[in-house]
Design a protein around this ligand. Structure first.
Ligand code: DX5
Ligand code: ZN
Length: 289
């Protein structure tokens, strides 16, 4: 039986009896989302995920979707000469997904890696969910190469993009989920009209470009606003998130947690990931009772 996956923008997931478009896919053919059938899936390709026949889903089913806590370590400050081993270790220690920081030296004053490196990593790690955080001046340029590399979610900054809706559409057409990212200086108003086009909103809690910076507590009102107005939307925080700052993120309503140095440098990665998760899950639980 075909089931819907979460690879749809929020508005579509909750619409009553709305036919689901191309991303309705067989459980055995898709690991493009973080929904429960992910573990059953074989490696997706953009092509395999476009083959789903449109189906209908009752509102009651869609409304049963629960907000889930997902911990996505950033590998930016890991030993990148050991990218595969470091990534696998994070997954073995309980990471739900990998947050891959792509920088072009223009949008941010740092350079990391691009699609060829992601593709190599994908060839060794076939089933994990890959999010690329595109800190690049022209996100449209890298949509196809990243889809081809096996990326599941393409999170791009809205600041340099003129045609955000068109870019969202292209990301989705390439078979990836859409994440929209905001730098600290970007107000929530700048993204409001595009939230229904996205699967996730990323609120940066440092200036993008480098790991190991200080967490900006004053970004929390943006997270609160998103959670208040979009109870089931995936809201991600990134930058300076660790054991000392997770409570602020969880209280504000973030459910997707990117954490770099706090996990990478920990002597016990598993314990840190578990602790981050426990804090977020208890906040989600409090809100739902
Ligand atoms: C910063 C990156 C982050 C960063 C997170 O521009 O987007 O993903 O590496 O690392 P920490 O948690 O150390 O701030
Ligand atoms: Zn990042």
């Amino acid at each position: 039986m075909r089931r819907p996956c979460n690879n749809l923008p929020g508005a579509q997931r909750t619409a009553a009896f709305r036919p689901l478009p191309a991303h309705s896919c067989a459980p055995t053919a898709c690991n493009k989302c973080l929904c429960p059938h992910t573990s059953l899936a074989s490696l997706h390709t953009a092509a395999s995920c476009q083959t789903g026949t449109p189906i209908r889903i009752a509102a009651s089913t869609a409304m049963n979707d629960r907000l889930k806590c997902k911990i996505g370590p950033s590998i930016l400050n890991a030993d990148l000469s050991q990218l595969y081993k470091e990534s696998q270790r994070l997954l073995d220690n309980g990471a739900d997904y990998l947050h891959l920081d792509v920088m072009d030296g223009h949008f941010v004053p740092n350079l990391t890696f691009g699609a060829p490196v992601v593709k190599c990593l994908r060839s060794k790690i076939r089933h994990a969910f890959f999010e690329t955080h595109m800190m690049v001046q022209n996100p449209e340029q890298w949509i196809e190469p990243m889809a081809d590399a096996g990326v599941d979610q393409y999170t791009f900054h809205i600041e340099p993009v003129k045609e955000i809706i068109k870019t969202c559409r292209k990301v989705r057409e390439a078979g990836m989920k859409v994440g929209l990212a905001l730098k600290p200086g970007t107000e929530i108003d700048a993204v409001r009209q595009f939230i229904d086009q996205a699967d996730m909103i990323l609120i940066m809690t440092v200036e993008p470009g480098f790991g190991g910076q200080k967490f900006m507590t004053d970004m929390m009102p943006k997270v609160q606003w998103l959670r208040h107005n979009y109870p089931l939307l995936d809201v991600e925080v990134d930058g300076g998130v660790g054991l000392n700052t997770i409570a602020a993120c969880a209280d504000a309503g973030a459910n997707m947690i990117v954490s770099g140095t706090a996990i990478i440098n920990a002597p016990d990665q598993r314990a840190v990931i578990a602790s981050l998760r426990e804090t977020v899950e208890s906040s989600i639980h409090k809100c739902s009772v």
